[in-house]
Design a protein around this ligand. Structure first.
Ligand SMILES: Nc1ncnc2c1ncn2[C@@H]1O[C@H](COP(=O)(O)OP(=O)(O)OP(=O)(O)O)[C@@H](O)[C@H]1O
Ligand SMILES: [Mg+2]
Length: 386
Protein backbone atom coordinates (compact mmCIF):
# COMPACT_ATOMS: atom_id res chain seq x y z
CA UNK A 1 0.00 0.00 0.00
CA UNK A 2 1.46 3.31 -0.94
CA UNK A 3 1.62 6.12 1.50
CA UNK A 4 -0.81 8.95 0.58
CA UNK A 5 1.60 11.62 1.84
CA UNK A 6 4.33 10.23 -0.40
CA UNK A 7 2.01 10.59 -3.37
CA UNK A 8 1.00 14.15 -2.65
CA UNK A 9 1.07 15.95 -6.00
CA UNK A 10 3.52 18.83 -6.26
CA UNK A 11 3.28 21.88 -8.46
CA UNK A 12 6.55 22.49 -10.30
CA UNK A 13 5.12 25.54 -12.04
CA UNK A 14 4.61 27.44 -8.80
CA UNK A 15 7.06 30.29 -8.39
CA UNK A 16 8.40 31.74 -5.17
CA UNK A 17 6.81 34.93 -3.85
CA UNK A 18 10.02 36.83 -4.71
CA UNK A 19 9.88 35.66 -8.32
CA UNK A 20 6.20 36.42 -8.61
CA UNK A 21 6.81 39.93 -7.33
CA UNK A 22 9.73 40.36 -9.69
CA UNK A 23 7.59 39.22 -12.62
CA UNK A 24 4.71 41.53 -11.72
CA UNK A 25 7.04 44.51 -11.35
CA UNK A 26 8.76 43.72 -14.65
CA UNK A 27 5.43 43.49 -16.44
CA UNK A 28 4.57 46.90 -15.03
CA UNK A 29 7.61 48.40 -16.71
CA UNK A 30 7.94 46.38 -19.90
CA UNK A 31 4.94 46.25 -22.19
CA UNK A 32 4.40 42.98 -24.07
CA UNK A 33 7.54 40.95 -24.82
CA UNK A 34 6.22 38.17 -22.56
CA UNK A 35 8.85 35.71 -23.70
CA UNK A 36 11.62 38.05 -22.58
CA UNK A 37 9.97 38.62 -19.22
CA UNK A 38 9.52 34.89 -18.72
CA UNK A 39 13.12 34.11 -19.66
CA UNK A 40 14.42 36.62 -17.12
CA UNK A 41 12.11 35.47 -14.35
CA UNK A 42 13.00 31.81 -15.02
CA UNK A 43 16.69 32.57 -14.62
CA UNK A 44 16.05 34.61 -11.50
CA UNK A 45 14.08 31.73 -9.99
CA UNK A 46 16.87 29.26 -10.75
CA UNK A 47 19.40 31.65 -9.20
CA UNK A 48 17.31 32.23 -6.08
CA UNK A 49 16.91 28.48 -5.62
CA UNK A 50 20.72 28.16 -5.82
CA UNK A 51 20.41 25.87 -8.84
CA UNK A 52 22.51 27.82 -11.37
CA UNK A 53 25.17 25.57 -12.88
CA UNK A 54 28.60 25.96 -11.35
CA UNK A 55 31.32 27.45 -13.51
CA UNK A 56 28.87 29.10 -15.91
CA UNK A 57 27.15 32.45 -15.90
CA UNK A 58 23.72 32.45 -14.25
CA UNK A 59 22.33 32.69 -17.77
CA UNK A 60 23.22 33.73 -21.29
CA UNK A 61 20.29 35.36 -23.07
CA UNK A 62 20.32 36.68 -26.62
CA UNK A 63 17.67 39.33 -27.37
CA UNK A 64 16.88 39.84 -31.04
CA UNK A 65 14.41 42.20 -32.64
CA UNK A 66 13.89 45.64 -34.13
CA UNK A 67 15.10 48.89 -32.63
CA UNK A 68 13.04 50.45 -29.83
CA UNK A 69 11.22 47.24 -28.90
CA UNK A 70 12.47 46.95 -25.31
CA UNK A 71 15.62 44.78 -25.52
CA UNK A 72 17.71 47.15 -23.44
CA UNK A 73 14.77 48.45 -21.41
CA UNK A 74 13.96 45.01 -20.01
CA UNK A 75 17.46 44.68 -18.55
CA UNK A 76 17.38 48.20 -17.09
CA UNK A 77 13.90 47.60 -15.69
CA UNK A 78 15.04 44.35 -14.04
CA UNK A 79 18.05 46.16 -12.55
CA UNK A 80 15.80 48.88 -11.21
CA UNK A 81 13.52 46.34 -9.57
CA UNK A 82 16.22 44.11 -8.12
CA UNK A 83 18.95 46.64 -7.28
CA UNK A 84 16.99 49.89 -7.07
CA UNK A 85 18.87 51.45 -9.98
CA UNK A 86 18.30 51.01 -13.73
CA UNK A 87 21.99 51.72 -14.25
CA UNK A 88 23.08 48.77 -12.12
CA UNK A 89 24.13 47.03 -15.33
CA UNK A 90 27.61 46.89 -16.85
CA UNK A 91 26.87 47.87 -20.41
CA UNK A 92 29.29 47.13 -23.21
CA UNK A 93 28.48 48.77 -26.49
CA UNK A 94 30.14 46.37 -28.93
CA UNK A 95 30.22 49.06 -31.63
CA UNK A 96 32.90 50.78 -29.53
CA UNK A 97 35.15 47.73 -29.73
CA UNK A 98 35.18 47.09 -33.43
CA UNK A 99 38.95 47.19 -33.65
CA UNK A 100 40.88 44.51 -31.88
CA UNK A 101 43.24 46.94 -30.12
CA UNK A 102 40.25 48.61 -28.46
CA UNK A 103 39.75 45.54 -26.33
CA UNK A 104 42.19 47.09 -23.83
CA UNK A 105 39.43 49.53 -22.91
CA UNK A 106 37.45 46.55 -21.75
CA UNK A 107 40.00 44.47 -19.90
CA UNK A 108 42.87 46.94 -19.35
CA UNK A 109 46.28 46.66 -20.97
CA UNK A 110 49.03 44.35 -19.74
CA UNK A 111 51.57 45.85 -17.32
CA UNK A 112 54.43 47.57 -19.13
CA UNK A 113 52.26 48.75 -22.01
CA UNK A 114 51.99 52.42 -22.69
CA UNK A 115 49.04 53.80 -20.81
CA UNK A 116 48.70 50.72 -18.62
CA UNK A 117 47.96 52.79 -15.54
CA UNK A 118 45.40 54.93 -17.25
CA UNK A 119 43.28 52.14 -18.72
CA UNK A 120 40.85 50.95 -16.12
CA UNK A 121 39.12 47.76 -17.16
CA UNK A 122 35.34 48.04 -17.47
CA UNK A 123 34.59 44.53 -16.30
CA UNK A 124 36.16 43.92 -12.88
CA UNK A 125 35.13 41.93 -9.84
CA UNK A 126 34.56 45.16 -7.90
CA UNK A 127 32.40 46.60 -10.65
CA UNK A 128 30.34 43.40 -10.76
CA UNK A 129 29.86 43.45 -7.00
CA UNK A 130 29.01 47.14 -6.87
CA UNK A 131 25.26 46.67 -6.63
CA UNK A 132 25.21 43.47 -4.59
CA UNK A 133 22.95 43.59 -1.59
CA UNK A 134 23.02 41.40 1.54
CA UNK A 135 20.24 39.33 0.02
CA UNK A 136 21.17 39.36 -3.63
CA UNK A 137 24.67 38.71 -4.91
CA UNK A 138 23.81 38.91 -8.56
CA UNK A 139 25.22 41.08 -11.38
CA UNK A 140 24.00 42.09 -14.83
CA UNK A 141 26.31 42.35 -17.83
CA UNK A 142 24.91 43.58 -21.15
CA UNK A 143 26.61 43.42 -24.54
CA UNK A 144 24.73 45.67 -26.96
CA UNK A 145 24.84 45.29 -30.75
CA UNK A 146 26.96 42.16 -30.70
CA UNK A 147 26.90 41.86 -34.48
CA UNK A 148 29.36 44.76 -34.46
CA UNK A 149 31.90 43.06 -32.18
CA UNK A 150 35.45 42.57 -33.43
CA UNK A 151 37.01 39.10 -33.62
CA UNK A 152 38.94 39.59 -30.41
CA UNK A 153 35.78 40.66 -28.59
CA UNK A 154 34.10 37.52 -29.89
CA UNK A 155 36.89 35.36 -28.48
CA UNK A 156 36.53 37.06 -25.15
CA UNK A 157 32.76 36.69 -25.26
CA UNK A 158 32.92 33.00 -26.08
CA UNK A 159 35.17 32.45 -23.07
CA UNK A 160 32.86 34.36 -20.75
CA UNK A 161 29.72 32.59 -21.96
CA UNK A 162 31.28 29.18 -21.55
CA UNK A 163 33.50 29.35 -18.49
CA UNK A 164 32.23 32.45 -16.70
CA UNK A 165 35.76 33.74 -16.32
CA UNK A 166 37.60 36.64 -17.84
CA UNK A 167 41.32 37.32 -17.62
CA UNK A 168 42.15 41.00 -17.39
CA UNK A 169 45.17 42.67 -18.99
CA UNK A 170 47.09 42.42 -15.73
CA UNK A 171 46.22 38.73 -15.38
CA UNK A 172 43.63 39.18 -12.67
CA UNK A 173 40.71 36.82 -13.04
CA UNK A 174 37.12 37.92 -12.98
CA UNK A 175 34.53 35.38 -11.92
CA UNK A 176 31.19 35.80 -13.70
CA UNK A 177 29.39 32.82 -12.24
CA UNK A 178 27.04 35.14 -10.32
CA UNK A 179 26.28 37.15 -13.44
CA UNK A 180 23.41 37.16 -15.91
CA UNK A 181 24.68 37.94 -19.38
CA UNK A 182 22.47 39.66 -21.91
CA UNK A 183 23.36 40.08 -25.55
CA UNK A 184 21.32 42.21 -27.91
CA UNK A 185 21.23 42.53 -31.66
CA UNK A 186 19.01 44.17 -34.31
CA UNK A 187 19.84 41.36 -36.68
CA UNK A 188 16.83 40.57 -38.84
CA UNK A 189 15.17 43.85 -37.80
CA UNK A 190 14.82 45.01 -41.41
CA UNK A 191 13.28 41.73 -42.55
CA UNK A 192 10.92 41.80 -39.57
CA UNK A 193 9.69 45.24 -40.60
CA UNK A 194 9.09 43.94 -44.11
CA UNK A 195 7.04 41.14 -42.65
CA UNK A 196 5.01 43.44 -40.43
CA UNK A 197 4.22 45.96 -43.12
CA UNK A 198 4.31 43.86 -46.23
CA UNK A 199 6.88 46.40 -47.38
CA UNK A 200 4.32 49.20 -47.13
CA UNK A 201 5.68 51.07 -44.13
CA UNK A 202 2.77 50.55 -41.74
CA UNK A 203 1.36 47.64 -39.80
CA UNK A 204 -1.30 45.83 -41.74
CA UNK A 205 -4.63 45.29 -40.03
CA UNK A 206 -3.69 41.73 -39.43
CA UNK A 207 -5.49 40.86 -36.18
CA UNK A 208 -6.40 37.36 -37.16
CA UNK A 209 -2.95 36.83 -38.57
CA UNK A 210 -1.17 38.02 -35.44
CA UNK A 211 -0.12 34.61 -34.18
CA UNK A 212 1.12 33.57 -37.59
CA UNK A 213 2.96 36.84 -37.91
CA UNK A 214 4.57 36.44 -34.49
CA UNK A 215 5.80 33.00 -35.53
CA UNK A 216 7.18 34.35 -38.78
CA UNK A 217 8.91 37.20 -36.96
CA UNK A 218 10.49 34.68 -34.58
CA UNK A 219 11.67 32.43 -37.38
CA UNK A 220 13.07 35.35 -39.39
CA UNK A 221 15.11 36.69 -36.50
CA UNK A 222 16.46 33.30 -35.51
CA UNK A 223 17.38 32.47 -39.10
CA UNK A 224 19.27 35.79 -39.37
CA UNK A 225 21.12 35.00 -36.14
CA UNK A 226 22.05 31.49 -37.24
CA UNK A 227 23.34 32.85 -40.51
CA UNK A 228 25.48 35.50 -38.87
CA UNK A 229 26.68 33.86 -35.65
CA UNK A 230 28.81 30.75 -35.37
CA UNK A 231 27.31 27.51 -34.03
CA UNK A 232 29.75 27.56 -31.11
CA UNK A 233 28.29 30.92 -30.05
CA UNK A 234 24.68 29.86 -30.52
CA UNK A 235 25.42 26.70 -28.51
CA UNK A 236 26.50 28.70 -25.51
CA UNK A 237 23.21 30.54 -25.23
CA UNK A 238 20.54 29.45 -22.78
CA UNK A 239 17.82 31.11 -24.77
CA UNK A 240 17.26 33.27 -27.82
CA UNK A 241 14.34 35.65 -27.30
CA UNK A 242 12.78 37.51 -30.19
CA UNK A 243 11.33 40.93 -29.32
CA UNK A 244 8.36 41.84 -31.45
CA UNK A 245 7.61 45.20 -33.03
CA UNK A 246 5.25 47.13 -30.77
CA UNK A 247 1.62 47.39 -31.74
CA UNK A 248 -0.59 50.44 -31.37
CA UNK A 249 -2.19 49.39 -28.07
CA UNK A 250 1.24 48.59 -26.65
CA UNK A 251 2.48 52.05 -27.60
CA UNK A 252 -0.58 53.40 -25.79
CA UNK A 253 0.53 51.65 -22.62
CA UNK A 254 4.11 52.83 -23.08
CA UNK A 255 2.82 56.40 -23.39
CA UNK A 256 1.18 56.04 -19.96
CA UNK A 257 4.40 54.66 -18.47
CA UNK A 258 6.53 57.38 -20.04
CA UNK A 259 4.19 60.18 -18.91
CA UNK A 260 4.38 58.68 -15.43
CA UNK A 261 8.18 58.83 -15.68
CA UNK A 262 8.03 62.49 -16.74
CA UNK A 263 5.85 63.16 -13.69
CA UNK A 264 8.45 61.40 -11.54
CA UNK A 265 11.18 63.58 -13.05
CA UNK A 266 9.12 66.67 -12.25
CA UNK A 267 8.65 65.56 -8.66
CA UNK A 268 12.36 64.93 -8.34
CA UNK A 269 13.32 68.42 -9.43
CA UNK A 270 14.62 70.37 -6.49
CA UNK A 271 12.14 73.18 -7.03
CA UNK A 272 8.78 73.77 -8.54
CA UNK A 273 7.35 70.30 -8.23
CA UNK A 274 3.86 70.10 -9.65
CA UNK A 275 1.39 67.51 -10.84
CA UNK A 276 0.07 67.24 -14.35
CA UNK A 277 -2.42 65.22 -16.25
CA UNK A 278 -2.93 64.76 -19.95
CA UNK A 279 -6.33 64.74 -21.60
CA UNK A 280 -7.34 61.96 -23.96
CA UNK A 281 -7.05 64.21 -27.07
CA UNK A 282 -3.54 65.26 -26.00
CA UNK A 283 -2.55 61.63 -25.60
CA UNK A 284 -4.02 60.81 -28.99
CA UNK A 285 -1.88 63.51 -30.56
CA UNK A 286 1.26 62.31 -28.79
CA UNK A 287 0.60 58.79 -30.03
CA UNK A 288 0.06 59.94 -33.59
CA UNK A 289 3.21 61.99 -33.49
CA UNK A 290 5.15 59.24 -31.76
CA UNK A 291 4.21 56.30 -33.93
CA UNK A 292 6.84 55.27 -36.40
CA UNK A 293 7.18 51.58 -36.92
CA UNK A 294 10.79 51.90 -37.90
CA UNK A 295 11.92 53.33 -34.59
CA UNK A 296 9.50 51.64 -32.19
CA UNK A 297 9.04 53.32 -28.82
CA UNK A 298 12.13 55.47 -29.37
CA UNK A 299 10.06 57.69 -31.63
CA UNK A 300 7.32 57.98 -29.02
CA UNK A 301 9.86 59.02 -26.39
CA UNK A 302 11.13 61.75 -28.69
CA UNK A 303 7.58 63.03 -29.24
CA UNK A 304 7.07 63.19 -25.47
CA UNK A 305 10.34 65.09 -24.99
CA UNK A 306 9.45 67.57 -27.72
CA UNK A 307 5.80 68.17 -26.90
CA UNK A 308 5.74 67.68 -23.14
CA UNK A 309 9.17 67.83 -21.49
CA UNK A 310 10.59 70.86 -23.31
CA UNK A 311 7.47 73.03 -22.81
CA UNK A 312 7.23 71.95 -19.15
CA UNK A 313 10.86 72.92 -18.66
CA UNK A 314 10.13 76.34 -20.18
CA UNK A 315 7.10 76.82 -17.95
CA UNK A 316 9.17 75.92 -14.91
CA UNK A 317 12.17 78.03 -15.84
CA UNK A 318 9.96 81.08 -16.41
CA UNK A 319 8.12 80.41 -13.14
CA UNK A 320 4.77 80.13 -14.84
CA UNK A 321 4.22 77.00 -12.82
CA UNK A 322 5.10 76.81 -9.20
CA UNK A 323 5.39 74.37 -6.38
CA UNK A 324 2.21 72.40 -5.87
CA UNK A 325 0.38 73.51 -9.00
CA UNK A 326 -1.91 71.23 -10.95
CA UNK A 327 -1.44 71.40 -14.69
CA UNK A 328 -3.49 70.08 -17.58
CA UNK A 329 -1.91 69.11 -20.86
CA UNK A 330 -4.57 69.43 -23.49
CA UNK A 331 -5.04 69.47 -27.23
CA UNK A 332 -5.98 72.84 -28.68
CA UNK A 333 -8.29 72.04 -31.54
CA UNK A 334 -8.35 75.60 -32.86
CA UNK A 335 -4.61 76.11 -33.08
CA UNK A 336 -3.82 72.47 -33.69
CA UNK A 337 -1.22 72.17 -30.94
CA UNK A 338 -0.66 70.91 -27.43
CA UNK A 339 -1.79 73.51 -24.88
CA UNK A 340 -1.01 73.83 -21.20
CA UNK A 341 -3.18 75.33 -18.56
CA UNK A 342 -3.27 75.37 -14.83
CA UNK A 343 -6.38 74.24 -13.11
CA UNK A 344 -5.24 74.60 -9.54
CA UNK A 345 -2.26 76.02 -7.84
CA UNK A 346 -0.41 75.64 -4.64
CA UNK A 347 -2.74 72.87 -3.59
CA UNK A 348 -1.71 69.72 -5.40
CA UNK A 349 1.33 68.88 -3.27
CA UNK A 350 1.50 69.80 0.41
CA UNK A 351 4.18 72.47 0.82
CA UNK A 352 7.20 71.47 2.92
CA UNK A 353 6.87 72.74 6.50
CA UNK A 354 8.40 76.15 6.94
CA UNK A 355 9.71 77.35 10.23
CA UNK A 356 7.69 80.22 11.72
CA UNK A 357 5.37 80.00 8.75
CA UNK A 358 1.89 81.29 9.05
CA UNK A 359 -0.81 78.86 8.11
CA UNK A 360 -0.47 78.30 4.38
CA UNK A 361 -3.26 79.68 2.30
CA UNK A 362 -4.44 77.15 -0.21
CA UNK A 363 -5.58 78.96 -3.27
CA UNK A 364 -7.69 77.42 -5.91
CA UNK A 365 -7.21 78.54 -9.47
CA UNK A 366 -9.37 81.32 -10.64
CA UNK A 367 -9.51 82.94 -14.01
CA UNK A 368 -7.84 86.01 -12.52
CA UNK A 369 -4.23 85.02 -13.04
CA UNK A 370 -4.43 82.38 -15.71
CA UNK A 371 -6.25 82.86 -18.95
CA UNK A 372 -9.16 80.47 -18.80
CA UNK A 373 -9.46 77.77 -21.41
CA UNK A 374 -12.66 75.97 -22.22
CA UNK A 375 -13.01 73.23 -19.68
CA UNK A 376 -12.49 69.74 -21.02
CA UNK A 377 -15.33 67.42 -20.21
CA UNK A 378 -14.64 65.20 -17.22
CA UNK A 379 -14.33 61.76 -18.86
CA UNK A 380 -11.55 63.03 -21.09
CA UNK A 381 -9.34 63.96 -18.18
CA UNK A 382 -7.23 61.03 -17.21
CA UNK A 383 -4.75 61.34 -14.42
CA UNK A 384 -1.25 60.33 -15.45
CA UNK A 385 -0.38 59.03 -12.03
CA UNK A 386 -2.36 56.13 -10.78
N1 LIG B 1 8.32 46.90 -24.56
C1 LIG B 1 8.54 48.10 -24.00
N2 LIG B 1 7.95 48.42 -22.84
C2 LIG B 1 8.16 49.63 -22.26
N3 LIG B 1 8.94 50.59 -22.79
C3 LIG B 1 9.55 50.33 -23.96
C4 LIG B 1 9.39 49.06 -24.61
N4 LIG B 1 10.12 49.09 -25.75
C5 LIG B 1 10.72 50.28 -25.79
N5 LIG B 1 10.38 51.04 -24.72
C6 LIG B 1 10.79 52.43 -24.48
O1 LIG B 1 11.62 52.85 -25.57
C7 LIG B 1 12.94 53.09 -25.16
C8 LIG B 1 13.90 52.45 -26.14
O2 LIG B 1 13.81 51.05 -26.04
P1 LIG B 1 15.08 50.10 -25.91
O3 LIG B 1 16.27 50.91 -25.52
O4 LIG B 1 14.76 48.96 -25.04
O5 LIG B 1 15.22 49.65 -27.42
P2 LIG B 1 16.04 48.43 -28.00
O6 LIG B 1 15.10 47.33 -28.32
O7 LIG B 1 17.17 48.11 -27.08
O8 LIG B 1 16.54 49.07 -29.36
P3 LIG B 1 18.02 49.10 -30.01
O9 LIG B 1 18.14 47.83 -30.77
O10 LIG B 1 17.98 50.30 -30.90
O11 LIG B 1 19.04 49.23 -28.92
C9 LIG B 1 13.06 52.53 -23.77
O12 LIG B 1 13.92 53.28 -22.97
C10 LIG B 1 11.65 52.57 -23.24
O13 LIG B 1 11.40 53.84 -22.69
MG1 LIG C 1 19.24 48.53 -27.08
Amino acid sequence: MSNRAAQQPLDPTLRSVESQEFQAALKGKVVGQEEGVRALVDLYQVFCAGMSSAGRPVGNLLFLGPTGSGKTRIVEAAAEILFGDPRAVIKIDCAEFQHSHEIAKLIGSPPGYLGHRETHPIITQEELAKHHTDKLKLSFLLFDEIEKASDSLWQLLLGILDKATLTLGDNRRVDLSQTMIFLTSNLGGGEIMELMTGGMGFVQPADRLEDKLDMKVGRTAEAAAKKKFSPEFMNRLDKVVVFHPLRHEQLEQILEIELGLVQKRVLETGKGQFLFRATAPAKRYLLEEGTDLKYGARHLKRAIERHVVFPLANLLATEQIRFGDMLVIDWDEKDGCIAFHREGYGAAIPAPPRRHARAATVRVATSASIPAKPKVSEPELEPVMS
